[in-house]
Design a protein around this ligand. Structure first.
Ligand SMILES: N[C@@H](CCC(=O)N[C@@H](CS)C(=O)NCC(=O)O)C(=O)O
Length: 338
């Protein structure tokens, strides 16, 4: 009797394993030979093609980091531009494997839409941009203004909350895609352009005269931007989450794309564990012992990714601010790899 019971349990477990193997995103990704990453495709610094048509940006580099961990080749990430209105369905339908698209982690997207956000890659907040000629210095002076917002974003609700709570009115001018935004704002159909401040900096850099525009000091919301995956494949969400944590931990440990080979000889046990020198931590996620080494070797750590895409030396010119490591007064804090 006892034996039969054990058998029954074993067959249930086998069936479950077979089922989960069939549904494994990692297997499907390996089979097709690349990770398909959904990106905005139009936000400089986050995801946009450069002059030579090569994808660049912080969100793009995150997709490359996932590909590096799996394939030891960052070029095995493909990028699919997805508009906000189709981004979540593209993920749910399996068209894309990850969504890495300046997307805010919110309660409803997490619970109602069946997405899983893996962790914050960029702490942002919503702001306002106006033409300097308008003479406005603070968002408190925007009563009666026409405000450009993008359909389907968190922006619409935030701006409404802000004007209501400050007892002001505004005229919403809603556009569908980022392409329309510059045209609408540049042509004067709205007085104010509002989105995440990183998006404002990106947008400003594309306007005909960036210096004619002012980003106002008020930050009216929390926009924790996070990569997302479908709910229901725990191994896949672990992989994508720990790729993000590896990027942040590498910066904290001082491991860069430049010194990672040297670091393989480090006597620091945390660095040895991270690089898989004498332990195979990758196998718990279905990856190899050197999964984190691969990421840093090919793509660099979080700080390197930040600096080359959105940092002070780029067109966006964003200081690290709250996106600095927790050891440097910021919010970037990743659970340890041990
Ligand atoms: N983070 C906010 C807003 C993001 C947002 O508005 N992004 C815009 C501008 S930064 C965008 O991605 N536009 C490009 C596009 O839709 O293709 C959200 O998740 O709703």
């Amino acid at each position: 009797m006892r034996f039969i019971k054990t058998l029954a349990v074993a067959s249930v477990v086998t069936a479950w394993m077979a089922g989960s193997a069939a549904a494994s995103t990692l297997d499907a990704v390996k089979e097709k030979g690349y990770v398909n990453a959904g990106v905005s495709g139009k936000v400089i610094g986050f995801s946009a093609p450069d002059a030579k048509g090569k994808w660049t940006g912080l969100d793009v580099d995150f997709g490359r980091a996932v590909a590096a961990a799996i394939f030891n080749d960052p070029e095995k990430a493909r990028f699919t531009p997805v508009a906000f209105k189709e981004a979540f369905t593209a993920l749910q339908s399996g068209e894309i494997d990850i969504l890495t698209r300046n997307t805010t982690w919110t309660y409803q997207r997490d619970t109602k839409l069946g997405l899983e956000f893996v962790g914050v890659i960029f702490y942002d907040g919503q702001g306002f941009m106006v033409k300097k000629s308008l003479g406005v210095k603070s968002a408190k002076e925007l009563n009666g203004a026409s405000v450009c917002t993008q359909a389907g974003t968190t922006t619409e609700l935030n701006v409404s909350d802000y004007f209501v709570s400050n007892k002001m009115t505004y005229k919403p001018v809603v556009y569908e895609s980022a392409d329309e935004a510059s045209v609408i704002y540049d042509s004067g159909r709205c007085d104010v352009y509002t989105t995440d401040t990183s998006g404002l900096a990106a947008r400003r850099s594309t306007l005909s005269n960036p210096k004619d525009h002012l980003i106002l000091p008020e930050i009216i919301s929390k926009e924790p931007l996070s990569p997302a995956v479908r709910q229901g494949d725990q191994q896949w969400s672990d992989i994508v989450r720990w790729v993000l944590f590896a990027l942040i931990n590498a910066e904290e440990l001082g491991i860069t794309s430049q010194n990672v080979d040297e670091m393989m000889k480090s006597t620091n046990p945390a660095i040895q564990r991270f690089l898989g020198v004498d332990a195979n931590y990758g196998e718990y996620m279905g990856l190899t012992a050197d999964w984190a080494y691969r990421i840093i070797k090919h793509v660099g750590n979080y700080g390197e990714i930040y600096e080359r895409n959105v940092g002070p030396a780029t067109a966006l010119g964003l200081e690290r601010g709250v996106n600095a490591l927790w050891t440097k007064g910021g919010l970037m804090y990743a659970p340890p790899i041990r």
